[in-house]
Design a protein around this ligand. Structure first.
Ligand code: AMP
Length: 193
């Protein structure tokens, strides 16, 4: 089973993806995590994308498609949760082509619906909690970058909602509830596939 978690920054995609890994043995492919790892390991690509990410803009399709292609070549036994990918129509087309090579496909894209005010609140809290716990604060978890990230979401990523809807592959859950409630809604979607 291959699913996409679709939603604006701060919608809770990462949190829900990690639960699905624990509860269903699925594999989480987060391009954001991969890019942050590249950044902290100081690879040439990591250095190149660091500034773009800190600003809140999207990195090039070529880079993220390359990362996903590499990971799809590995073990994806229990199915894949795509978290933060695809973010553009070009990425969505590339993903479809990559999966088709192995005779597989996306089962559903789950849109996590959250309003903008809640997002700002969540992201500011995420930064505060990390700082209080002595954990690293994401370079893009600040009000200025968040504005750019939201704009990138509405301009480049939100058209994917229509894209998957047209393919009959869109489901939506209310992303505003408690983590457990959202997890239950996602579980219901997956069990109904
Ligand atoms: P995330 O952890 O998913 O919020 O991603 C953090 C940042 O990494 C984004 O704001 C982008 O700069 C970059 N990024 C992650 N995934 C993608 C993607 N699929 N396409 C382009 N840029 C991405």
């Amino acid at each position: 089973m291959n699913i996409i978690l679709l939603g604006p920054p701060g919608a809770g995609k990462g949190t829900q993806a990690r639960r699905l890994v624990d509860e269903r043995g699925m594999v989480q492919l987060s391009t954001g995590d991969m890019l942050r790892a590249a950044k902290s390991s100081g690879t040439e690509m990591g250095n190149r994308v660091a500034e773009v990410m800190a600003r809140g803009d999207l990195v090039t399709d070529e880079i993220v498609i390359g990362l996903i292609e590499e990971r799809l070549a590995g073990d994806t036994g229990g199915g894949v949760i795509f978290d933060g990918f695809p973010r553009t129509l070009a990425q969505a087309d590339a993903l479809e082509a990559l999966l088709a090579k192995t005779g597989s496909a996306i089962d559903t894209a789950i849109e996590m619906e959250v309003d903008d005010e809640a997002l700002v609140h969540r992201i500011v809290n995420r930064a505060k909690e990390a700082a209080a716990a002595g954990e690293p604060v994401r370079a893009d978890d600040n009000a200025e970058s968040l504005k750019v990230r939201l704009l990138a979401y509405y301009k480049q990523t939100s058209p994917l909602i229509g894209y998957y809807h047209a393919k009959g592959k869109l489901t939506s859950v209310d992303g505003l509830g408690e983590i457990d409630a959202v997890a239950q809604d996602i579980a219901a979607v997956l069990d109904g596939l």
